[in-house]
Design a protein around this ligand. Structure first.
Ligand SMILES: *Cc1c(COP(=O)(O)O)cnc(C)c1O
Length: 300
């Protein structure tokens, strides 16, 4: 058994930044923990506060560089739980030399199970149906009903801050993968506006994912990025915006979710009523592999 780890504390820090002449508040949830940061901290909140003896194994599935994967691996490492993670067969390059989130998760003891595409779908179906004592199956990306516990905590912190600041309304912004965080916050704070943009698939796919868990909150506004976007595709405009924001504010955002969300937000900002609170969704551990991909694109 590992010694009891101190429970990770949420970050309450909110910075005021100036970007392209706009004043925007940023909730610094990137500062919570290097691996269990941003919305993953809140989605896994209930498990972070679960006694180690309550469980022995966590199982999940998804992409080989997933931030949720790394967050669960870090959680299991602290709790002394086994972590089994199902993914599609790795490309030879990654299998020979694991990098980024995968490397760290493996170092934290994650047991990786690779499946060919067809077998992967069956493996997920079987995982979803599993109910074994001491074992918990966490849906891809942490998109579980369980996530709502932590998202409510996040909503309470935001609401307390809004009242302290004397704002009678507030526009929240955060990027979406599964949409669990954005929809959960919109539901918990029905009197505020929640802005998001889809990074996995398009607007219809995001609405479908959110709709699978309940009605779409009226106060959720999805900024359409237009057209089809391949997940995590490096784009020159994102790299330059990443650098611009870092230079102007000193804050680093992740290149997969955060920077495209800023791109959509800045595009729409003249039609958004301030004050705006951007909720940093963490994920900085993924930037190293993304920056490598950008660097290899720039080679002649
Ligand atoms: C997981 C993740 C998201 C997406 O969160 P959802 O609740 O799945 O929409 C956004 N940003 C970062 C950095 C993430 O790691």
């Amino acid at each position: 058994m590992l010694p009891a780890e101190p429970i990770i504390q949420p970050s309450t820090r909110i910075d005021c930044i100036a970007l392209r002449g706009h004043t925007i508040w940023v909730k610094r949830d990137d500062l919570i923990d290097p691996f269990l940061s941003g919305n993953k901290y809140y989605k896994l909140y209930r498990l972070i506060h679960t006694a180690p003896k309550e469980l022995h194994t966590l199982k999940s599935w998804g992409g080989a560089q997933s931030n949720a994967m790394l967050a669960i691996a870090a959680l299991c490492h602290r709790k002394g739980w086994r972590f089994e993670y199902a993914t599609r067969t790795l490309p030879a390059q990654l299998s020979d030399a694991p990098s980024g989130n995968l490397k760290v998760a493996l170092e934290l003891g994650m047991q990786l199970q690779e499946y060919a595409p067809k077998a992967f779908a069956n493996a997920i179906t079987s995982l979803r149906g599993q109910h074994r004592p001491g074992t918990l199956v966490v849906a891809q990306g942490g998109a579980d009903a369980m996530a709502m516990d932590g998202i409510k905590k996040l909503a309470d912190t935001i609401e307390a801050w809004r009242i302290t600041m004397g704002f009678d309304q507030l526009c929240l912004a955060t990027p979406s993968g599964t949409g669990t965080t954005a929809a959960g916050l919109a539901k918990a704070l029905p009197h505020l506006t929640m802005l998001t943009t889809p990074l996995v698939g398009d607007c219809d796919y995001l609405l479908e994912q959110i709709g699978a868990h309940g009605p779409i909150p009226d106060n959720l506004q999805i900024l359409d990025r237009g057209g089809h976007h391949r997940f995590a595709k490096p784009e020159a405009k994102f790299l330059s915006l990443f650098e611009e924001i870092r230079e102007a504010t000193g804050i680093v955002f992740d290149l997969i979710y955060g920077v495209p969300m800023w791109h959509a937000l800045l595009h729409a900002i003249d039609n958004i009523k301030p004050p705006i609170l951007y909720i940093h969704s963490g994920g900085l551990s993924g930037n190293a592999t993304m920056l490598e991909r950008y660097a290899s694109l720039q080679k002649p």
